[in-house]
Design a protein around this ligand. Structure first.
Ligand code: SF4
Length: 405
C-alpha cells in the first residue's frame, strides 16, 4: 500500500507525456429559464508533473470545469459533452459508478472550505481510515498507521493525538491539511486544488500552498490549481488559463502571461490584486460591472460590457482563441492589450466618457504597474518569511507547522 511519497511513479518523473487532454468540453445546467452554459467549449492539454493554474472570478466556470473533468457534476440537469481523455481513456459519458475507479487513486480534489468538506461529527482519524480502508481493503490497525503517517506527511503536529480530534477541535489551516491528507491518501496522479486557501488567513494560505507544492514534488503529481487570485498562481503554476463566462479567454506559460498579457480581463484581474506598497486606506480595485448572464450572454465578446477598450467590432463578432506568433500564448480578443489599436480604442472611449473606461483610467492613474511586474508579484506572494506585527520581532517561518496552520 502506498500512502506517502510516490516512489512507484519514478518513471513519471522524467515523463513529459500528456496526462490529460480536454477537448471542447461543455457543461450546461438545464433550468426552467434555459441552459446555463457554465463551461462552454474549453480545450487544453496537461503534461505529467505540470501545474495548470485556472483563474477567474466567481461564476467564470473554473470550479465546474474541475468537477466536469472528475465527473462530479451529478445533478440530473447537468449535461457534459466534448471529450476528456485521461491517460488516453475517455471520461465523458461514464457513470459515477464507472468513475469511481478513477477517484482517489488516479485523481482527487482538495475543496475550498475544509469545514464543510469534513464530517463535523466524525473524528478526523476515522474519516481518513475509512478512505484508506475503502481503497486498499486493509485492516483497522494498518489503516490507522497509514493515516497517522499521512497526517505527519502534511505536517500535522502530534498526529497520534490529532487522529482522535473532531474537525471543530482543529484550526482552519489544520483542517485543510487533513483534507489534503485525505485527497493524497491514495497517491493520485492528478490533484485538483479548488480555491484551497480561500477560507484561510494569509500566513496560513502561504503554508498550505507550500505544502501542496512540496507534496506535488515528492509524489510527482500533476496539479490543477483553481483560484480567483492571479497572485496565488504567479509563481506556482507552469501555465495559466484565464476563464470568463465559461470559456478560456487567455492561456499562456506563467511568465509569458504576466509579461505579455493580451486580454483586458486578465489585465483587470491583475489590477484587482492588492499591493503591499499601496498607501494605507487605498480602495481595493474591483472590475467594473457584473459577470454576464450565462443563459443569454451578450452578443459578440462577453466581456464587452465591462471592457475599457470595447469597440463596435467586439459586439458584432465573438472573438476566438488565437495566437500572436507564440503558439503557446492564446487569447480571445479583437483589440489585444499592448497593441496600438488597443491604445487608440482606449483614447476613443475616454473621449466618449464611457464609464468602464473612466474606471480603468482611474486604476491606471493610481498605479505605475500598468505593465505588470511579474517578479514583484511573485515576491509578494511567495515569501518564506512575513512580519506579523510591526514593531515586534516575531516572524513566521515556513519550516513546519506553527500549530495554527
Ligand atoms: Fe474587450 Fe473587444 Fe477584446 Fe472583448 S474583444 S476583451 S470587448 S477589446
Amino acid at each position: 500500500m502506498t500512502v506517502t511519497s510516490g516512489t512507484s511513479r519514478a518513471d513519471d518523473r522524467s515523463a513529459t507525456s500528456e496526462l490529460l487532454v480536454v477537448d471542447d468540453l461543455r457543461t450546461h445546467f438545464h433550468i426552467a429559464a434555459g441552459a446555463v452554459k457554465a463551461v462552454d467549449g474549453v480545450s487544453f492539454t496537461l503534461k505529467r508533473g505540470k501545474t495548470l493554474g485556472v483563474v477567474g472570478e466567481s461564476g467564470s466556470g473554473k470550479t465546474v470545469l474541475s468537477r466536469s473533468i472528475m465527473g462530479l457534476n451529478i445533478a440530473s440537469n447537468a449535461r457534459s459533452t466534448g471529450s476528456v481523455r485521461y491517460e488516453g481513456q475517455e471520461l465523458i459519458g461514464r457513470t459515477p459508478k464507472q468513475m469511481r475507479q478513477f477517484w482517489g487513486a488516479e485523481m482527487s480534489m482538495v475543496f475550498q472550505d475544509p469545514m464543510t468538506s469534513l464530517n463535523p461529527v466524525v473524528k478526523v482519524g476515522r474519516q481518513l481510515t475509512e478512505h484508506v480502508r475503502h481503497h486498499f481493503n486493509i485492516g483497522k490497525a494498518e489503516a490507522r498507521t497509514a493515516a497517522i503517517e499521512l497526517l505527519r506527511s502534511v505536517r500535522i503536529p502530534e498526529p497520534e493525538k490529532r487522529f482522535d480530534n473532531y474537525p471543530h477541535e482543529m484550526s482552519g489551516g489544520m483542517r485543510q491539511r487533513v483534507c489534503i491528507a485525505i485527497a493524497l491518501a491514495c497517491s493520485p496522479k492528478l490533484l485538483f486544488a479548488d480555491e484551497p486557501t480561500t477560507a484561510l488567513d494569509v500566513t496560513v494560505q502561504h503554508q498550505i500552498l507550500n505544502l501542496l507544492a512540496q507534496q506535488q514534488s515528492e509524489r510527482h503529481m500533476t496539479m490543477i490549481l483553481v483560484t480567483h487570485d492571479l497572485g496565488v498562481v504567479a509563481t506556482r503554476a507552469d501555465e495559466i488559463a484565464v476563464m470568463y463566462a465559461g470559456k478560456i479567454v487567455e492561456k499562456a506559460p506563467t511568465a509569458t502571461l504576466f509579461s505579455e498579457m493580451r486580454h483586458p480581463y486578465t489585465q483587470s484581474l491583475l489590477w484587482s490584486i492588492p499591493k503591499t506598497n499601496q498607501p494605507k486606506h487605498t480602495r481595493l480595485s474591483a472590475i467594473a460591472g457584473r459577470p454576464p448572464d450565462l443563459i443569454n450572454p451578450p452578443p459578440g465578446c462577453s466581456f464587452a460590457p465591462r471592457c475599457p477598450y470595447a469597440q463596435a467590432s467586439c459586439i458584432e463578432e465573438e472573438p476566438q482563441l488565437r495566437t500572436d506568433g507564440d503558439t503557446d500564448h492564446q487569447f480571445a480578443c479583437h483589440i489585444p492589450v499592448g497593441t496600438p489599436a488597443n491604445s487608440e480604442a482606449f483614447e476613443r472611449n475616454m473621449a466618449a466618457g464611457l464609464p468602464q473606461t473612466l474606471t480603468a483610467a482611474g486604476k491606471m492613474a493610481a498605479r505605475e504597474d500598468v505593465v505588470p511586474d511579474y517578479a514583484a508579484i511573485g515576491a509578494e506572494t511567495n515569501v518564506d518569511e512575513r512580519a506579523v506585527a510591526e514593531g515586534m520581532s516575531t516572524t513566521l517561518r515556513d519550516h513546519g507547522n506553527t500549530g495554527g496552520g
